[in-house]
Design a protein around this ligand. Structure first.
Ligand SMILES: Nc1ncnc2c1ncn2[C@@H]1O[C@H](COP(=O)(O)OS(=O)(=O)O)[C@@H](OP(=O)(O)O)[C@H]1O
Length: 393
């Protein structure tokens, strides 16, 4: 009965039904997208970034713009964005950069002693190593692959609090600089672990190393990958600040940014700029790893809500959420979250002086030019990851 009544409706009434169903569909699609963004990319605790999800949907729509397509095309087809400008840069600056990259940013942090607390936390194998040093060295099952100056040290130090994670303190640089040494050399660098514990290391340069995805996949296709990403403009300034701290006579950030300041052409061969084109580097990883094997951690949220980001990382690694907000306090002097108790110690612990440096003031016009430069790549990155990082306000 009801059926036949509907079928007999006159055309305008049918139009109303069609419009209503289209509107409902749009609403559901929007809610679905909103759910995807919040579920995949944020922790359960609300953050300011979550509230921007709706804007993300609109921003991602911008990808359709021709300008974006052109820029993204240029990177994927290896045009001027891919380093041809290196030839224009002074060999001295390039050599200096290389040498500086060789210098360790932090001293080697040795695996800490065992603690009773960690043994209690993991019922089967009693957490970390026993005083007898049982266990065996394994190749890492999870890697923090980047990005340089993203907050990778903070993430590793926080993760080490977990009784089921054991990590090398120093950066092994195996998949970029030391690959010829072989997997046994690499394994030997690792701390001993007990069954069920995860071995980890962090080397931020992996993310931008062309050969790294294939090499890591050859070690194990199941390796879990974590990338801490940060606003590429701030990241570039942080990168420059680090270089400046080691070599105070380098040219200004502003002059290194441009190939030609008058035309405003950005020097994408400068590593400080190049590293921030996340979408381009990610593309390389996706040739070898599925997206669900890569976790993107927001460098900004790692500071504003460390426990929330650590919650996501523990879930991703299949670990119990042991690291919570109880582990952190905000140190006013340092201006960053710190651990109430570092791993293997009962004392509060902040990262060292090389983390959280004061950045030099950069000409706001140059900052704006860089924002404009990165915008399309950021959009592409949000689209690829399904995560909105809110760098483009
Ligand atoms: N809790 C905490 N304490 C101190 N610093 C923190 C913290 N969380 C994130 N950060 C940010 O980490 C930035 C350094 O990033 P990385 O550790 O990845 O640098 S490196 O690539 O290993 O050199 C560093 O960058 P700068 O501020 O530019 O020095 C910090 O902003």
């Amino acid at each position: 009965m009801a059926f036949s009544r509907i079928s007999k409706l006159d055309p305008p009434s049918r139009g109303i039904y069609t419009k209503a169903s289209v509107m409902l569909c749009s609403l559901f699609t929007f809610l679905f997208l909103l759910h995807c963004f919040t579920d995949r990319c944020t922790s359960t605790s609300p953050t300011p970034v979550e509230s921007s999800s709706a804007r993300a949907v609109a921003l991602i729509g911008d990808l359709r713009s021709l300008r974006t397509k052109r820029l993204v095309y240029e990177w994927s087809h290896g045009s001027e964005l891919m380093g041809s400008g290196a030839a224009r840069r002074s060999p001295r600056i390039i050599a200096d950069e290389r040498r500086l990259q060789e210098l360790p940013e932090e001293p080697l942090i040795l695996p800490p002693p065992d603690t009773g607390a960690s043994r209690r936390a993991s019922p089967r194998f009693a957490g970390k190593l026993s005083p007898l040093g049982e266990g065996r060295k394994k190749l890492p099952q999870a890697l923090i692959i980047g990005v340089k100056k993203g907050g990778t040290r903070a993430l590793l130090e926080f993760l080490r609090v977990h009784p089921d994670i054991r990590a090398v303190g120093a950066e092994p640089h195996f998949f970029d600089r030391n690959y010829e040494n072989g997997l046994e050399w690499y394994r030997d660098l690792m701390p001993k672990t007990l069954e069920g514990q995860i071995t980890m290391e962090k080397t931020p340069s992996y993310f931008v190393t062309r050969e790294a995805p294939a090499r890591i996949s050859a070690m194990s296709r199941d390796t879990k990958l974590i990338v801490v990403v940060r606003d590429p403009v701030t990241r570039a300034i942080s990168d420059y600040t680090q270089t400046l701290s080691k070599k105070p006579d380098i040219p200004s950030f502003e002059s290194l940014t441009f190939k030609n300041r008058t035309t405003g052409l950005i020097d994408t061969s400068w590593s400080a700029i190049q590293i921030g084109i996340y979408a381009k580097h990610l593309d390389n990883w996706l040739q070898y790893f599925p997206m669900d094997q890569i976790l993107f951690v927001s460098g900004e949220r790692l500071i504003s809500d460390p426990a929330g980001e650590l919650g996501r990382v523990q879930d991703f690694l299949g670990l119990k959420r042991i690291i919570t907000d109880k582990h952190f306090y905000f140190n006013q002097t340092k201006g960053f979250p710190c651990l109430k108790k570092a791993e293997g110690s009962s004392k509060p612990h902040c990262l060292g002086k090389t983390k959280g440096r004061t950045h030099p003031n950069i000409d706001p016009e140059v900052v704006q030019r860089l924002r404009d430069f990165y915008r399309p790549f950021n959009m592409k990155f949000y689209q690829m990851t399904g995560c909105f990082f809110g760098w483009d306000d």
